[in-house]
Design a protein. Sequence first.
Length: 263
Amino acid sequence: MTPPVSTAWKAGLASAALILAPAAAEACAVELILAHDVSGSVDANEMDLQTGGLAEAFEDESLVGVIEALEGGILVTMTQWSGASRQRQMIGWHHVTDAESAADFASAVRSAGRAWRNFSTAIGEAIAHAHAVGFDAPMACARRVIDVSGDGVSNEGRPPAPVSASIVAAGYTINALVIRGAVPDPVTQYAEEVIGGPDAFVEVAEGFKDYPRAILRKLLREIDAPLLVSRHDSAPHHSNAMAAAPVMAQPTGTTPGVSSTSR
């Protein structure tokens, strides 16, 4: 039986409204999982430089300004990782939208402590754990990023490449901050086997003393990439989960998708 015209018209109008209505906006701009290497190669002084550098970055007015300009700010947490069975979320989720909430996160970084001191380096397990932490994010964000930092190649656990590819396929970008100084140089492994997703990149710190500058630059780049513009930075970024894009000419000795703070 055909419903009365008025009822059918109302039903049609409701359906049209559902079709034309914009999708619900995400509650924040970027979900950011900071995964920090605390393996045995990171001594107490280097750990202090890493902790202090990250905290200072969230107190920096340039980063705070970028976050305040984002609709919904960012959702951020921090994990620590070492060997295959050692990963832990050290700081719960913080919704950072302004200077006050950024300072709260910086304070949490300084007071987080260190979970382990004398174990191996399992990068594949570190990013797998970071991905699992993302399942419990309390709100939806427009972009999802895992930011992994480390100072050595993986020597335990699953190979990072297939783990990275799976995480990228789930919608994440994985960026890396590599702290140089170890032999073999870990930059190549991070560039070829760890990073992936849209605009993925490796930031390089020339030793732990360079870490504070590198982490600020990296956070600015992954939260608001247009802030950092140079010929080198504008080259396509390496991604192990996407077809290789044409690569612009690079300075001698550099790797596409890799930038060093020593310029």
